[in-house]
Design a protein around this ligand. Sequence first.
Ligand code: FES
Length: 153
Amino acid sequence: MPEEPAMDRADPTDVTLFVCTTCRRAIGESGDFERPGEPLHAALADRLAGVAGIAVTATECLSVCKRPGTIALSGGRRWTYVIGDLDLAAHLDEIVAGALAYREAPDGIVPWRERPQCFKKGVVARIPPSPLGVADVRAAPVSSSTAPSEAAE
Ligand code: FES
């Protein structure tokens, strides 16, 4: 029996923290690049392992390529937030705190004064919840997008 898609098992109150692992950041003037999303994803997955209601998921490009590292928070009937300019060393604790606060907000809108500084500075977009109900979203076909990064375009 094939495994059912993860979306079918998700509780509608759950939150997904997407971390772009394809962003590239220049290393000085060397012409070399690092991929800050890979260690950021690993650290967030470690920190949030076992925390109820939050799944940490690596993803490809969130179309914020010029502001690595980038994340998105979505879930249930919440607004979705896309946030860039994040750095593992500087922002790990703040991202964890922000994700936990987001989980506690039924509409995803965390009061401004309660948002981590890196979320205030790095927010790129917020996107309203789908007008479809969660059940409708679950019924819709899921495509496994392999859209290429826009960074190189
Ligand atoms: S946002 Fe990360 S590669 Fe585009």
